[in-house]
Design a protein around this ligand. Sequence first.
Ligand code: FEO
Length: 387
Amino acid sequence: MKDIMISDTIKYIGADDKTLDLFEGQYVIPNGVSYNSYLILDDKVAVMDTVDARATDEWLKNLEEALGNRAVDYLVVSHMEPDHAANIQTLVEKYPGMQIVGNAKTFGMIDQFFKMDITNQSLIVKEGDTLSLGNHTLQFVMAPMVHWPEVMVTYEQSEKILFSADGFGKFGALDTEEDWACEARRYYFNIVGKYGAQVQALLKKAAGLDIQMICPLHGPILKEDLGYYIGKYDVWSSYEPENKGVLVAYASIYGNTKEAAIKMASLLEAKGAEKVVLTDLTREDMAEALEDAFRYDSLVVAAPTYDGGIFPCVEEFLLHLKSKNYQKRKVGIMDNGTWAPMAGKHMKTMLEAMKNITICNQTVSIRSAMNETNEKEIEELANEILA
Ligand code: FEO
């Protein structure tokens, strides 16, 4: 079992997964991911969420080691996504006297995922309900759509710990030494990003609690400087840019659009942009590009025309931005086409469908390869981005 100290009576029983290729079937996780689960030992014993099916054996071993010869009285289900809920039935079968604690939506989903009758083992809670374990008291706070509709977080009153479900989670196994914000931001915008309003609502409720520790379902337990993490979540969920800077996101078939994108990036730097990130959408991680689009206040998107539309990975990038509620940013458009450059027109239409996006008046439209006119257009667009 990992030696992760929470308190004398609350134990970490989760597990790292360093072999999964794609989290949620789509996100690369070079440093793995942790499925966090916790055990509260009191007069009554509570397990706070289970783990992914991939980690069942290690989790059960951790649970048994921490339990000694005791049994589990309650399983609190914060979230039904299978990376946390896969082992509900395993625990029900192992501890037939156990009660499952969830809200009305939780139990609807349990019925969908599992074939078991838990009618007499269901403890349905709602906003503000409490459950005493002895010295510990669990207070339930509903957090619908932070990430799924049934999500709730739990505040343990005696030790002032917030069990925050997916909130404040990050990619990366627990033995990874890395900056929290980088992988927490990529996790947030790609997984929870669409639901900024719901995260804001949860932050408002959390502001009324004296929180001394945050125990998320992924990533490290947060014990110090909690204002830093809560501040990041406040910025991210309000869709405000975190930093001044420009993401130049491009795709290129033969290198001509790439050359123009590089020219744009170097001009922006030369003109004093605080930060410029250049990303090749055909090769680099789309989730990282999406994260950077939300991180900085401006975006330049450059695409060749393909089949009369936008080169596919750039179109996909814009679709991701739309679905994650991309807003409140300035965007410049560059396109390329040898006989009928159409990508710019289609990109503009897609961007116009997003909220509060300021599209620059200057565009860059390349016919095959950059010429002098394009160089002037790039200079003008760079000026407009930085204005
Ligand atoms: Fe980590 Fe939404 O599950």
